[in-house]
Design a protein around this ligand. Structure first.
Ligand SMILES: [Zn+2]
Length: 351
């Protein structure tokens, strides 16, 4: 009898072991899910699968589960710990989703701001028309001015007029950024690098929070010409964020700028002009701290022998032909209106 009882218990235990082994694969896979992706998909999936079976099976399964629960725990202790942990996690999981849902629900709620984004028409409305004004030298009120000079009083009037009529001053770096222009965009440019740009114009730029692009003849500054900007002045203005410094050549300005000279062949021309422009780039970068991104043709004179070199080194070039530029056509040869005492700004720009 004892032997039979032993065989029976052995048989029963074997059956239980088989049952357990059958369940193992599931739990065996479960842990990785729970541990790895665990909290998320693994646990959630197993739980989602379990719930449906319970409702389908109805009360019986529910009763069996609790019954199996206690029985199960005994044999597979390791599994029990897993299964026991899984149940709590399962209960936690359902809780997790709810907590996770709120944030997600908030997401969609906040997605409302995304709706305003359909302001896609804005890009369409983006202005591409740019007016560029060209100034040179500034003098105190009372001084006689030629067409390249302007008094401090008149420059103040210009800035006041721009402000009153809704114009926004922009810098070259804003053009290359490609972020679009304000509705009424104007770029103020000062050529030649006169000291008066710093002593007279700069304080007014600060007062009106207006920006300006100054093209300097670097040799004048490097050689410390008394009427020209110093590197310290250039740095201070650039650091204010209101000014950017560009190239107007190093020493090729003269009366004909970079125009080829009589009888000059292409190689001679390249050997004369390219190193000169490169020097201006290097001097500005070394002394101001920023690499120049615009080049103002001296006297507005261009030469196709220098075209490729200039295009390779500057994303923006400026000429002296009056007119409005459309940035859809690129940033080269932007037109500029020369501003003089004889012509009020109201006759240059549309109100
Ligand atoms: Zn010039």
């Amino acid at each position: 009898m004892v032997k039979r009882l032993c065989r029976l218990t052995f048989a029963v235990l074997s059956c239980l072991a088989l049952l357990v082994s059958c369940r193992r694969p599931l739990p065996g896979t479960a842990p990785p899910f729970i541990e790895a992706g665990g909290p998320g998909t693994g646990a959630a999936v197993s739980r989602e699968e379990e719930p449906p079976s319970r409702p389908d099976s109805g009360a019986p399964p529910l009763e069996e589960d609790p019954a199996a629960g206690p029985a199960g725990p005994v044999p597979p202790a390791g599994q029990l710990s897993d299964s026991s942990t899984s149940p709590p996690q399962g209960s936690e999981l359902p809780q997790d989703p709810p907590t996770a849902v709120p944030p997600e629900a908030e997401g969609p709620g906040t997605s409302e701001p995304v709706l305003p984004e359909p302001e896609v028409p804005e890009p369409v409305k983006t202005n591409t028309k740019l007016y560029v004004l060209m100034y040179h030298h500034f003098v105190p009120e009372g001084r006689t001015c030629n067409q390249w000079m302007l008094t401090d009083v008149r420059f103040r009037e210009d800035l006041q007029w721009l402000t009153d009529h809704g114009w926004t001053t922009v810098l070259p770096s804003e053009l290359t950024a490609g972020t679009g222009l304000p509705e009424k965009a104007v770029m103020l440019t000062f050529d030649d690098g006169y000291r008066s740009n710093y002593e007279i114009a700069y304080p007014l730029l600060q007062e009106f929070d207006a920006k300006a692009a100054i093209s300097i003849v670097t040799q004048y500054t490097a050689d410390q010409y008394p009427e020209c900007l110093t590197w310290d002045m250039c740095r201070e203005m650039v650091q204010s964020g209101l000014v950017e410094i560009g190239s107007h050549t190093n020493s090729c300005h003269g009366d004909r700028g970079i125009e080829r000279q009589k009888g000059e062949d292409r190689e001679t021309y390249r050997a004369r002009v390219q190193p000169d422009i490169q020097t201006s780039i290097d001097l500005i970068e070394q002394n101001v701290g920023t690499r120049p991104i615009f080049f103002a043709y001296p006297n507005g004179i261009k030469d196709r022998w220098a075209a490729n070199y200039i295009a390779d080194h500057f994303p923006i070039t400026l000429v002296t032909v009056g007119g409005c530029s459309d940035l859809k056509n690129g940033l080269y040869s932007l037109r500029r209106y020369n501003v003089s005492m004889e012509v009020p700004l109201s006759e240059v720009l549309p109100g």
